[in-house]
Ligand binder design. Structure first.
Ligand code: ARG
Length: 251
């Protein structure tokens, strides 16, 4: 986390210049460049060669509504906001929780879902923050899970993994006592690993949003308008139901 904090602070300082493509420039080109990780099911992942997931489908729909073609870029999670501030793509959709630290480096759109970070453990393992005392916990690097697990009093070894799915695998292999990840991802893991793991308490709640380069207000405005429209006309609800069996928008 220390490393990530420094990186984001440095980004905040470096991101003054507004070379990012404005809405006008994007519209004129006809194609929007969107970045995600592609390894965070069910939000953004690959199926065979195809990029899919709730956020991928949602972004594709928003782009369609805006009359644009999409060019997808995948990057390791920890690089996504850095690449954004280097103008490698127009926006990022990768389940970033809105945090004060990140908000110094980028601008967030209105949240596209609300969720939380929850504990998952093998049957009989630690299910509460108090029970994590002295326990080994796996989390994905650069995430709010890491930030929040570090705050748990007396927590044991916190092991970081480049991908969330690697952190889950560490739990399944018995190399850690718990994994902390997204609430909905946890529900899917429990289902997939029938009887082997259980979901415990939610450690924190968060609002998840797309990010544009700091100062790119013209693009931000269009993204917010497209999201509002899809939330008003049923498109969002349909997609959310398809992935989660419920509407995951922030209430
Ligand atoms: N919601 C968490 C955060 O804000 C995790 C996001 C991880 N996203 C991903 N594509 N791996 O840090």
């Amino acid at each position: 986390m220390k490393h990530t904090l420094l990186t984001l602070t440095a980004l905040a300082l470096l991101s003054g210049s507004a070379d990012a493509r404005t809405w006008e420039a994007i519209k004129q080109s006809g194609t929007i460049k969107i970045a995600t990780e592609g390894a965070f099911p069910p939000f953004n992942m690959t199926k065979g060669k195809e990029l899919t997931g709730f956020e991928v489908d949602l972004a594709n729909q928003l782009a369609k509504q805006l009359g644009l073609k999409v060019q997808w870029v995948t990057q390791p999670f920890d690089n996504l906001l850095i690449g954004l501030n280097q103008d490698r793509y127009d926006f990022v959709i990768a389940s970033h929780g809105i945090t004060p630290e990140r908000a110094k480096a980028v601008n967030f759109a209105n949240p596209h879902y609300c969720t939380g970070g929850a504990i998952v453990t093998r049957t009989g393992g630690p299910k509460t923050a108090a029970a994590l005392k002295g326990k080994r916990v796996a989390v994905q690097v650069g995430t709010t899970y890491l930030e929040n697990v570090r705050k748990v009093p007396g927590v044991g070894d916190v092991k970081t993994f480049p991908k969330d799915t690697d952190a889950q695998a560490a739990l399944m292999a018995g190399r850690v006592d718990a994994w902390v990840g997204d609430k909905f991802t946890g529900i899917d893991l429990v289902k997939a690993q029938k009887g082997k793991v259980v979901q415990g308490d939610m450690l924190f709640r968060e609002r998840i949003a797309m990010a544009v380069k700091k100062g790119n207000s013209s693009l931000l405005k269009e993204l917010n308008a497209a999201l509002a429209k899809s939330q008003a006309n049923g498109t969002y609800a349909k997609l959310s139901n398809q992935y989660f069996g419920q509407d995951v928008r922030c209430k």
